[in-house]
Design a protein around this ligand. Sequence first.
Ligand code: NAI
Length: 261
Amino acid sequence: MTARPLAGRRAVITGGARGIGAAITRALAADGADVLACGRNEDALRELADSLEGAGVEVHTATCDVADPDSITMMATLAGEHLGHVDILVNNAGCAHSAPLHHQTLEDWNRLFAVNATGTFLCTKAFAPAMAQQGWGRVINIASVAARTGLRYVSAYSAAKHAVMGFTRSIAAEMADRGVTANAICPGYVDTDMTEQTLARIVEKTGMSRDEALASILQTTPQRRLITPEEVAHIAAMLCGENARGINGQAIGMDGGEFLG
Ligand code: NAI
């Protein structure tokens, strides 16, 4: 294997400005891919691009709201202008919401589906057909442990992530003989802003301290720790490699052993 296994590959990462998306952008760039990091926060994207100066790859940014089809179309046009063609798409942009069913609103449900599921569908539709045409591609969807099982208080999030998983499997089947793979990574709690927001909600609802709230969520995880964004990024980069071409349509668990019975 070469030191830069993704040299010459071009990658688009949604929600790339922070958290898991930023870690994936860094990992793919470190492996030699040219990257287009997309997100809604221009300043955060610029900061990420600045931090990658000297990485020896092209680093581009684009503002894109994946809940807005026109914004995705504009981002895809920019990707064409900056990168030429796209080999790797990481559908990472996502949002969560937790509440018992009687407090989940139709608005919550529609927002979680628009960002997590429809955003993944539209971005994949924008790039994967051309990957199939060129005979090589990788689609990596950041799903969740909630894509593999039902969990309390996250019915809309879990439903949207299950939709992502079904979509991933179908795209994998559809493109299997065209050199394109589609897989989902399904982490448990990751050390990012999203988990901080979960902790803040627990603090608000229960009066626990932040550390007590953290201890209470870790109690539900087999390894009693948060997954790091870099662990997720490492698996995403691995899936982009040549040696991962046989991995297709999988829900890759990164939950410390949640389903070991
Ligand atoms: P985060 O909240 O730090 O990052 C989410 C990213 O998605 C941000 O860059 C945000 O701006 C972007 N985003 C949200 N809505 C968007 C929209 N409409 N258009 C474009 N970008 C949008 O959280 P984190 O943890 O980095 O989340 C990344 C992905 O990982 C999400 O899909 C999330 O559901 C998933 N995930 C996170 C877990 C966690 O415990 N943090 C666990 C399992 C999965």
